[in-house]
Each structure stands twice: as structure tokens, then as C-alpha cells.
Design a binder for this molecule. Structure first.
Ligand code: SF4
Length: 332
């Protein structure tokens, strides 16, 4: 069940990276990776962040884990700004926020046995004996569909899907409240992706987890997430309940992403793709709406001013000048 209070609250968050320059000279340019982003994630909720490569979603994930510091804004976890916490306080929060990585091949140390891989976060917490840690590892290995005899094997003895299950067990063994899953199935075969997604959904129900699910694939995010934020050039352009996207998309970029999802039907004729060109250079983003150079609906106002993210319909936010700022579709 989804709680009414935010577990995580991202507030006016921005991150810029300096480019060029040196210790004594100023940067030559700034790359705006995340630009004024705000959203809550409620307890028990799966929140999706979707967009093309370079849209800022992975930087946002790293900020949530406090692997990097923001340029502006804050992130509250259970009401406390994580960027104001000292090392001891942050270590306690890190136990509550774990990550599942994209690549199950590079994210597991090939020289470590599964037992040591899974119990690594438990050793960092340091409260359990070796025997107790092994018991916890066996418990979570069973939860992800592997056997306790697998504890004494090395990563190369497993398939990609099994390795990702080991990565999930490692993230869960400290009993976190929130999992940041960064493209957790994009490196897996399509046939294995559904198994891992279904496993994550089952574990969410069983352990009352919340997810921040990062992906370039809107169809995957729609399947597992309760709400979705679509990102473009560092900012959120649309945010709504997952079921709203296919039936009442309001942003032309989301519409183009939906049209790009392949449909496994040989008789289906795909729509002409409504997006022109590539993602603009984030060092020199376009004036006005950042999507306007690629947008099939653009008009004069689009290149002059950036549309604000507003509530176009109940719980449905969009940043688009169409229909007086309410984007595509029916205006309520
Ligand atoms: Fe397209 Fe204009 Fe809407 Fe931007 S504001 S998405 S350019 S119609």
C-alpha cells in the first residue's frame, strides 16, 4: 500500500558540472545535468524516471544516493535533508537506500564468492557475526530464486539474469526502504527482462519497498511504476500516474517516446516517428522549450520562452505551451 507521506522528497534540485579550465582558471563552460527538479516518492511507491541517454536521470539517481553533491536544492529522506547529514548519520541513511546496477557483469567482483558479495553491505553495518551474515545471505538468495549452495560459487558460474538476481539480493539484505534501480534490465536478454521485473514487483510487495526505477524504456517503466516522470535535457517535462501515459499523454516528447516503443505484431504499421534529430548539446541548450528543435507541434512561442511545469489535469503535470500551457489532448 502506498503511504500518504513522502519517503523521499526531491526539492528544486540542480546539478551543474564544470567543463574545461583548471585549478587556477575558471571553467570554460557548465553542463546542466539536472535543472530544477522536484518530486516526492511515497512509501511503497514505484516512481519511474524515463528519458533518452543524457537526459539527467542517472545523475539524479547518483544525487539520491548522495554519491555526488548538488549545485542547488535538497533531497529529504524521511524529512531530513541528506546533504546536511554528517558521515555517521549518512551511513545510517545509506543502509535505507540501496542500488541495483545496470550491468550484472561489471557490478559483481569476479574474485569474490557470492556469499561475500551479498554480505558486503552487512559487513559495512557491522552488527552480525559471520554465521548470521551467511544465514541472511542464504535467506535473500532464496527470495531471488537461487539456492544456498550458490553462496560458494563465483559470478562467472551464473547467467546474466542470475547475476542480476545476486545484485538484487545484495541490495535487499540490509532491509532498505528505498531501492534506486538504474536501468536494471537493459543489459539482459528480452526473455530474462520480464522475469527480473516480475521478481522486483514480488519483492516490493513482500518487503514493502519503494523504488526509483531509472530507464530509457517507457514500456518497462509503465509496467512496474505507479507514477512516471519523463525527463528531457535535465528537467521534468511530464509527470503523471503510469496508466495516464498511454491514454492521455500531454507532452509531445512523451508521445514520441510511446510511438518509438516496438509492437510485437507483424501486421502493425508503426506511426511515423514524431521526433526530429538528436538530443541538443546540454552545454548549449536551445532557448525557450528545450524540445522545440525536435517537436512536430512547435509554434512561435516555443522558441521564445521555456514553458513551466504545471498541473494540466489532476495529478498530471506538463511543461508545454500547447492549449494555454496544458499540452496535448483534452483541456479540463
Ligand atoms: Fe513542442 Fe512547443 Fe510544447 Fe515544446 S512547448 S513541447 S516545442 S509544442
Amino acid at each position: 500500500m502506498i503511504s500518504e507521506t513522502p519517503l523521499l522528497n526531491v526539492i528544486e534540485l540542480a546539478k551543474q558540472f564544470p567543463l574545461g579550465g583548471g585549478i587556477l582558471s575558471r571553467p570554460k563552460a557548465w553542463l546542466k545535468a539536472v535543472d530544477d527538479v522536484s518530486f516526492p516518492v511515497f512509501g511503497g511507491e514505484s516512481f519511474g524516471l524515463v528519458g533518452e541517454s543524457g537526459c539527467g536521470k542517472t545523475t539524479l539517481g547518483r544525487l539520491i544516493l548522495r554519491l555526488i553533491e548538488p549545485s542547488e536544492g535538497r533531497i529529504e529522506f524521511e524529512g531530513r535533508n541528506i546533504f546536511a547529514l554528517n558521515r555517521t548519520e549518512m551511513n545510517a541513511v545509506r543502509q535505507q537506500i540501496q542500488i541495483i546496477f545496470q550491468d550484472p557483469y561489471s557490478s559483481l567482483d569476479p574474485r569474490m564468492k557470492v556469499d561475500n558479495i551479498i554480505t558486503e553491505p552487512l559487513r559495512a553495518v557491522g552488527r552480525l557475526s559471520k554465521k548470521e551474515r551467511r544465514d541472511v545471505a542464504a535467506e535473500f538468495l532464496a527470495k531471488v530464486g537461487l539456492r544456498s549452495i550458490d553462496l560458494d560459487k563465483y559470478p562467472h558460474e551464473f547467467s546474466g539474469g542470475q547475476r542480476q538476481r545476486i545484485g538484487i539480493a545484495r541490495a535487499l539484505c540490509v532491509r532498505p526502504q528505498l531501492i534506486v534501480a538504474d536501468e536494471p534490465v537493459s543489459a539482459l536478454d528480452v526473455s530474462i527482462q520480464a522475469q527480473v521485473i516480475n521478481l522486483m514487483e514480488d519483492l516490493k510487495q513482500e518487503l514493502n519497498l519503494s523504488y526509483v526505477f531509472i530507464s530509457h524504456d517507457l514500456s518497462v517503466v509503465e509496467y512496474i511504476c505507479d507514477r512516471i516522470a519523463v525527463m528531457y535535457l535535465g528537467g521534468i517535462v511530464e509527470l503523471a500516474a503510469s496508466g495516464d501515459f498511454s491514454v492521455s499523454t500531454r507532452h509531445p516528447y512523451t508521445e514520441a517516446l510511446l510511438k518509438s516503443v516496438p509492437i510485437p505484431d507483424p501486421h502493425h504499421k508503426s506511426d511515423p516517428f514524431a521526433m526530429e534529430g538528436d538530443v541538443p548539446n546540454p552545454i548549449d541548450p536551445p532557448r525557450g522549450c528545450p524540445f522545440h528543435p525536435r517537436c512536430a507541434y512547435r509554434f512561435d512561442q516555443c522558441s521564445q520562452a521555456k514553458p513551466p511545469l504545471i498541473e494540466a489535469a489532476p495529478d498530471h503535470l506538463v511543461a508545454c505551451w500547447l492549449n494555454g500551457g496544458k499540452g496535448l489532448g483534452k483541456v479540463e
